[in-house]
Design a protein around this ligand. Structure first.
Ligand code: SAH
Ligand code: TMP
Ligand code: ZN
Length: 408
């Protein structure tokens, strides 16, 4: 565990604290004929001892992850649709009140957030490299540029559309190792009084819940207010607000502005103080997290092995990107979990990456119900358990592995 790498934010030394070995790309769902041709990479996470940014030790080339067939859809969860609707409406009344405002979303995916802005008649642009999901956004009336956002893209947008009052990114900034180019682009494109708002999984929540499955190829950075403030300062920006969000297992929404344009809210200093108490940038705390992960993996495989021996039927629920880390790290295959249900059309009829669990539509779940359902989409637990109430009423049990393995 003495491996090191160079920090993608400050160039400092990154010390490894958790190693998941060789992993397939988390969203590369394969056809049965493609087995044997999958791309694998080394998944490990580390801490920058200079700027405190937690990050992966190595990156996967972006074109391998984000391309025409990228399967994830933001609209797959009703809770997330409501979340983005609320955020869009909030931006409309707080930040977009001047004459002819302009919003840019980095990673707009299927347009779930931007369609609300578009419907309000506000000038906008989504920047989305994954062609298939970008096409879905266009079908919703959203203006999209099929491209990676980076410094050059930002300069180009500024030349055609002028400065942006709001630049927004959800679950996307943490996907981008070339963060210096993004921040340069933001500085170029942002209006003098504009804001850059982004929300991503929060390291403190990941540590508290031992949600190790948040660690996979696409999640390159694990932000905290402490690390984001340092990163912003390095780029001539300032962290002016933070807000904790309950979605996706715990996130923080960060608001950045040009230095000196806004007074940071008390929430910034409060969250940074709480992070010092929780010691989120302490290698010993992070290594202890790594040790808890190994124990969870052990518990989960022994539970599934015992259930199989007892002749119980176990199904997976939610072919999440996160599940790739769980399945491949624990060595769980179709012998233990014969299939996984998922509502995403582009995942159905395929096999999960590496572990090769067949992905089937949600209807298959009740046909007939399994004895146990392993909830990979635990971040949507409330929504899914509510939708699948009949499963529990008929005696079915859910298996969760975050924050520890338990049957409910
Ligand atoms: N914002 C949506 C989608 C998150 S998935 C949501 O929160 O549900 C991450 C998205 O970021 C993918 O659609 C991916 O194609 C896109 N992405 C990855 N790199 C990007 C980049 N450099 N610029 C813009 N989008 C990017
Ligand atoms: P996510 O955790 O990355 O948002 O992925 C959730 C996955 O679970 C996604 O593939 C869609 C799927 N899903 C269902 O199949 N049914 C549901 O009710 C919900 C909310 C998600
Ligand atoms: Zn650093």
């Amino acid at each position: 565990m003495s491996a090191t790498s160079a920090c993608r934010v400050c160039g400092g030394r990154v010390s490894q604290f958790a190693d998941f070995g060789r992993q397939p790309l988390s969203d590369a769902f394969v056809l049965p004929g493609e087995i044997g041709q999958e791309f694998f990479y080394d998944l490990a996470a580390g801490l920058c001892e200079s700027c405190t940014m937690v990050q992966l030790m190595a990156e996967v080339p972006r074109e391998r992850m984000f391309h025409h067939d990228y399967p994830y859809l933001s609209a797959g969860s009703a809770v997330m649709r409501a979340h983005f609707m609320k955020l869009a409406k909030c931006l409309l009344v707080t930040e977009l009140t001047g004459p002819d405002p302009f919003v840019v979303e980095i990673g707009c995916n299927d347009g779930t957030m931007l369609r609300v802005i578009a419907d309000a008649g506000v000038r906008h642009l989504g920047v989305e490299p994954s062609g298939g999901v970008a096409e879905r956004a266009r079908e919703q009336g959203v203006r999209v540029r099929t491209d990676f956002f980076e410094a050059a893209t930002a300069a180009d947008i500024l030349a055609t559309d002028g400065p942006a009052d709001v630049i927004y990114a959800a679950n996307t900034l943490c996907h981008i190792p070339y963060i210096d180019s993004i921040l340069t682009g933001v500085r170029t494109l942002l209006a003098p009084e504009g804001v850059f708002v982004f929300e991503d999984p929060y390291l403190a929540d990941i540590l508290e819940r031992t949600s190790f499955d948040q660690i996979y190829d696409e999640h390159f950075f694990f932000f905290t207010a402490t690390s984001v403030r340092a990163m912003a300062r390095g780029a001539g920006l300032e962290l002016v607000d933070v807000e904790r969000l309950p979605v996706h297992g715990g996130e923080v929404r960060y608001t950045l502005a040009r230095q000196g344009t806004r007074t940071p809210t008390p929430a910034v200093a409060e969250l940074i103080a709480a992070e010092a108490v929780a010691r989120v940038a302490d290698l010993a705390v992070l290594r202890a997290f790594g040790a808890r992960v190994a124990a969870i993996a052990e518990d989960l495989t022994s539970l599934l092995t015992r259930l199989r021996a007892e002749g119980r039927r176990v199904a997976g629920y939610g072919a999440t990107a996160k599940s790739a880390t769980v399945l491949n790290y624990c060595g769980i295959g179709p012998d233990l979990v014969p299939f996984v249900c998922d509502s995403t059309p582009a995942k159905q009829g395929r096999l999960t990456p590496g572990a090769h669990l067949p992905v089937v539509p949600p209807d298959a779940f009740s046909d007939p119900y399994p004895d146990y359902a392993l909830l990979f989409a635990w971040n949507h637990a409330e929504e899914i358990m509510d939708k699948e109430r009949a499963f529990r009423e008929k005696g079915g049990k859910w298996i969760l592995y975050v924050p520890e393995v338990r049957v409910v």
